[in-house]
Design a protein. Structure first.
Ligand code: T3D
Length: 264
């Protein structure tokens, strides 16, 4: 497939930066952008040189969710099967982000609405500009939270806040999102991208295999019993213990030097 301008993809060292790039539409998803986003995530998964992913948005917004003008949406009068959009585009993208055994950083540079908010919240470490807004915009147009929102929000916030955000569609800013534990940190707007790039570079220099296994373990905890989780920790630690990065980490500690992880 030809590369699309709707996702700007830049590889720098071991960081792959994906910038959602339809700024005139607040980077909302049309079909072309959906296809390009999925292809970019598949590249992140398949390219062993990629050891961390950074997702952000071009212009003043992060992502306004589904492009409501697109043919595929509810803009025409005929009823459309929105479940098909979810099945074809959002669910595969969400599954790719969650199953990617490499850290995915998200820098929410501006408004993140609807599926745009929930894609951001599905990432592993989320930073936001203090002025950014998270809006569960779905109820404004009669829809339900998708892109993993109905799963993620109650786990992050508990039912009371999850239901209020989803039913009221009130925006919350980046600082509040950090204070509520929805994201890792908020930064002054001018500082956000520098901090996000620094974090992505740091993660890309980390023990990639171990970080991927850490992601798998923490995500599995959402549905596992303690017993099952303890068994999983045993199995994944066994796997981590056979990595070259573990040997390097221990050697570096004992040698009182910084480790040089290769992601293997
Ligand atoms: O297939 C399916 O539909 C199922 C899947 C659904 C998943 C979803 O994501 S549903 C939720 C869809 N998103 C929304 O409902 C959000 C709609 N947008 C807004 O509510 C507001 O734009 C924002 C709160 C995000 C930002 O407000 P504001 O005042 O900062 O900006 P604005 O002036 O509203 O928008 C700027 C431009 O972007 C404007 O275009 P214009 O007038 O300058 O030509 C606006 O129309 C456009 N835009 C913003 N969001 C969308 C959009 N165009 C198309 N689709 C959008 N979602």
């Amino acid at each position: 497939m030809a590369e699309s301008d709707t996702i700007d993809m830049v590889s720098d060292g071991n960081v792959l930066t994906l910038t959602l790039n339809r700024p005139d539409k607040l980077n909302s998803f049309n079909d072309e952008m959906h296809v390009a986003f999925r292809a970019a995530l598949e590249r992140a998964r398949d390219d062993s040189d990629v050891r961390a992913v950074l997702i952000t948005g071009a212009g003043r917004g992060f992502c306004a969710g589904q492009d409501l003008d697109s043919l595929n949406s509810g803009g025409n009068s005929a009823p459309v099967d929105l479940g098909a959009t979810i099945e074809t585009f959002y669910n595969p993208a969400l599954r790719l982000i969650r199953s990617l055994e490499k850290p995915v950083v998200c820098a929410v540079n501006g408004v993140a609405a609807g599926a745009g908010a929930n894609i951001a919240l599905a990432c592993d470490i989320v930073l936001a500009a203090r002025s950014a807004k998270f809006v569960q915009a779905f109820s404004m147009i009669g829809l339900i939270p998708d892109a993993g929102g109905s799963w993620n929000l109650p786990r992050m916030l508990g039912e009371p806040r999850a239901k209020a955000l989803a039913m009221l569609a009130e925006p919350i800013d980046g600082q509040t999102a950090a204070d509520w534990g929805m994201i890792w940190k908020a930064f002054d707007d001018a500082e956000l991208m520098e901090q996000a790039n620094k974090l992505a570079r740091r993660l890309a220099g980390g023990p990639t295999k171990g970080l991927g296994l850490t992601k798998r373990a923490i995500q599995a905890a959402a549905t596992n019993s303690l017993d099952t989780q303890l068994d999983l920790e045993r199995d994944l630690q066994r796997e981590a213990g056979y990595t070259a990065d573990y040997s390097e980490g221990v050697a570096a500690f004992l040698g009182k030097r910084k480790p040089e992880f290769r992601g293997q």
